[in-house]
Design a protein around this ligand. Structure first.
Ligand SMILES: *[C@@H]1O[C@H](CO)[C@@H](O)[C@H](O)[C@H]1NC(C)=O
Ligand SMILES: *[C@@H]1O[C@H](CO)[C@@H](O)[C@H](O)[C@H]1NC(C)=O
Ligand SMILES: *[C@@H]1O[C@H](CO)[C@@H](O)[C@H](O)[C@H]1NC(C)=O
Ligand SMILES: *[C@@H]1O[C@H](CO)[C@@H](O)[C@H](O)[C@H]1NC(C)=O
Ligand SMILES: *[C@@H]1O[C@H](CO)[C@@H](O)[C@H](O)[C@H]1NC(C)=O
Ligand SMILES: *[C@@H]1O[C@H](CO)[C@@H](O)[C@H](O)[C@H]1NC(C)=O
Ligand SMILES: CC(=O)N[C@H]1CO[C@H](CO)[C@@H](O)[C@@H]1O
Length: 633
């Protein structure tokens, strides 16, 4: 059985209401009241079981209607307002009564005039009907009191409105359409322009329809080909106003952030679709001495979502391995500690005093992260042992392997040699000797003077070999001899002594001297030289009337004697036999006799025209004399 709706069915309702006396209906909205009285709770249960609910709708129009239609009763009518937790509440809605909606009678609600502090629990509401005074007004009343139930039946059913809410009105009900719907029963749906849904270039659109093609709440989802992006991400929704929620989007080429070449490097990009866009690739490289850093690859690609597939690399400087000070030395790589071992930087080496660098004095960090040269070492400065020289004796204050600065070496020569150069040398701070190595020169004597009219003959000594430098070495003995007719004055031999001097001064050769001759009696003498020296000749002449006895010409021989005996001048007479006999007897004897006669004569008569040197008075003519005595014996 339905009470839904029509102004008819009085009979039918009469039959149904066993407990009620009256029903009324205004169009679809119907009111009922009970025959009997009951407490508020029972009244509500009765209303809800048999009708929709207890009357709770409040407006003046409704009140007027009820006051006119309902019979005047001794008991008043319960209505659907109750105090819950001290708040007056609409029972159907559980909403608190608003001040505007209240319709209390004068002085109400008074909770039974508040005779005790607890009151009388007047928690339910009754309505005065057909009273002279205060008709339609409310009064608070104890809920256990029995009064007539006042109910209503709603006109709205589940199907009253297709896409909306059914709202009860006094005489009717109406549909309040949901957004996007219209019509009496909200049977129509708002539609949007289908043509406004454009299919974008490089994209597609797909629509879903909840309430009909391109109608309210239809959604059109846009998508783009790979590498393209929607200009607007939201879908198009058909709104209640019949307009699409958005302008249709376009598909735009995915753009990646613009890249810039790294400092100390370069970048090369290729853009098949557009600058810095989907499928663009950029290759990075660094200048010499720099390497890429901060990225996993040197090639970046712009992906379909507009992101580079790796972060942009940077160029960092190449670093060589750190250098340590060499032993006994130091390395200096500049003042800035951050760039000490960087590409292009130079490190220089130095050594402690007494050490010198072996290897390069400077190295540079190259682009291959290696130092340009092998590391040097500091080695103790040493002097090489002085060179060996013939006849040179070198004596150093340290073994040759330990010759360091300030070491000294002294030099001397083997006997017979003399030093040409420094006697001592010192190792200097740079490992060089202060003086060059000297040489030893064989000692010797100057070439001996050859006397006039004489010869020298030198024989090398066995003990000292002949040096090519000096042809007159030590111990050389030179023997002198004189030419024929000369005699030696001084040492016959001399030797080259260690002092480099000859043992004596060279001798002289003096011509031999014959005995001075005098003119014979009655004759004259004529000599070639003033003095009777070797090869002097004297000729004799006799005065007139006298004849020469003997040789006319006498020559001073190599032995200091005249070639012949002195002639005499004699008066013309016969020749004496004795004199000629002697002359033939033997010249040697005669010579010896003449020498003796000479000596005797010398002793007897000192002063003479051809006086000899007083020192050599007795000395006979040297070699000549000697050899002559030998032959005499
Ligand atoms: C929605 O459509 C109405 C006409 O149907 C138009 O007057 C209004 O300007 C539109 N609103 C928007 C936001 O486009
Ligand atoms: C980025 O893309 C390039 C080009 O395809 C490729 O060579 C590179 O390895 C990629 N990098 C990463 C980190 O995937
Ligand atoms: C290192 O030495 C080279 C060659 O002399 C020079 O050109 C360069 O400037 C030096 N580097 C630095 C950092 O001084
Ligand atoms: C050598 O002697 C000088 C002066 O006496 C001194 O200053 C220097 O330190 C010495 N050098 C060495 C290596 O001993
Ligand atoms: C001595 O001899 C030379 C040459 O034989 C002659 O010229 C000279 O006149 C001579 N003198 C005398 C005093 O006879
Ligand atoms: C001169 O003296 C030498 C040696 O004493 C003798 O051999 C020679 O015969 C002498 N000559 C003459 C001419 O007397
Ligand atoms: C007409 C009708 O439905 N009457 C019912 C109203 O509610 C009571 C219970 O409170 C029932 O017993 C009636 O049959």
């Amino acid at each position: 059985m339905e009470f839904s709706g029509h102004k008819t069915s009085k009979i039918c309702l009469m039959f149904l209401c066993s407990m009620l006396c009256m029903w009324t209906t205004v169009e679809s909205w119907s009111y009922f009241y009970s025959d009997t009285t009951m407490n508020w709770k029972m009244a509500r249960d009765w209303c809800r079981l048999n009708f929709t609910d207890m009357v709770a709708i409040q407006n003046q129009e409704e009140i007027e209607y009820l006051n006119s239609w309902l019979p005047k009763k001794r008991d008043y009518y319960w209505i659907g307002i109750r105090k819950i937790n001290h708040v007056w509440t609409w029972v159907g809605t559980n909403k608190a009564l608003t001040k505007e909606a209240t319709n209390w009678a004068k002085g109400e609600p008074n909770n039974g005039k508040m005779r005790s502090s607890l009151g009388r629990n007047e928690d339910c509401v009754e309505m005065y009907i057909k009273r002279n005074d205060q008709a339609g007004k409310w009064n608070d009343e104890r809920c256990v009191k029995k009064k007539t139930a006042l109910c209503y039946t709603a006109a709205c059913t589940k199907d009253s409105c297709l896409n909306g809410e059914c709202v009860e009105t006094i005489n009717s009900h109406k549909c309040e359409c949901f957004e996007g719907f219209y019509g009496d029963t909200c049977e129509h749906v708002v539609e949007c322009e289908k043509d406004q849904v454009h299919i974008p270039q490089h994209g597609s659109v797909s629509c879903t329809h909840k309430h009909g093609d391109f109608a309210y709440n239809s959604l059109c989802m846009y998508s783009c080909e790979e590498g393209y992006q929607l200009s607007m991400p939201r879908p198009l929704r058909c709104t209640a106003s019949g307009n699409w929620s958005e302008e249709p989007p376009t598909c735009e080429l995915a753009q990646c952030q613009l890249l810039s070449p790294p400092t100390r490097g370069s970048m090369k990009c290729s853009d098949p679709l557009g600058a810095s866009s989907y499928q663009s690739t950029c290759v990075f490289s660094c200048d010499e001495g720099y390497v890429l850093a901060g990225s996993t690859s040197n090639m970046l690609e712009c992906d379909a979502s507009g992101n580079w597939n790796a972060s942009q690399p940077s160029c960092t400087v190449i670093q060589c391995s750190a250098l340590d000070d060499p032993e006994n030395g130091a390395v200096s790589c500049g003042d800035d500690p951050d760039v000490r071992f960087n590409y292009g930087n130079n490190c220089s080496f130095s050594c402690a005093p007494g050490y010198h660098l072996v290897g390069p004095s400077r190295v540079t960090c190259t682009a291959t992260a290696e130092w340009s040269e092998q590391m040097p070492r500091c080695e103790v400065i040493k002097c090489q042992h002085p060179e060996e020289e013939a006849h040179l004796i070198t004596q150093c204050d340290k073994p040759s392997a330990d010759l360091q600065p300030n070491s000294t070496c002294s030099f001397s020569c083997e006997p017979g040699f003399e030093l040409q150069g420094a006697h001592i040398t010192k190792c200097s701070e740079d490992g060089q000797w202060s003086s060059a190595t000297p040489t030893c020169k064989a000692k010797g004597c100057p070439a001996p003077k050859t006397p006039t009219s004489g010869q020298t003959s030198c024989i090398p000594s066995v003990s000292s070999p002949v040096s090519p430098v000096t042809p007159y070495p030590l111990d050389m003995v030179c023997t002198y001899s004189c030419d024929e007719g000369h005699e030696l004055q001084g040492a016959l031999t001399m030797m080259c002594a260690h002092s480099g001097q000859w043992s004596s001064t060279p001798p002289t050769c003096t011509a031999v001297r014959c005995s001075p001759l005098e003119a014979p009696e009655n004759g004259q003498i004529n000599c070639t030289d003033e003095e009777p020296l070797y090869n002097s000749q004297c000729s004799f002449m006799c005065n007139e009337g006298y004849s020469l006895d003997g040789h006319e010409l006498l020559t001073c021989g190599p032995y200091g004697n005249w070639t012949e005996g002195k002639p005499t001048c004699k008066a013309p007479s016969p020749v004496t036999a004795i004199a000629s006999g002697v002359a033939t007897g033997g010249t040697a004897l005669l010579s010896g006799l003449s020498a003796a006669a000479y000596i005797l004569k010398r002793l007897r008569k000192k002063a003479s025209k051809f006086e000899l040197n007083s020192n050599s008075d007795i000395q006979p003519p040297a070699s000549v004399y000697k050899s002559s005595t030998d032959s005499l014996i």
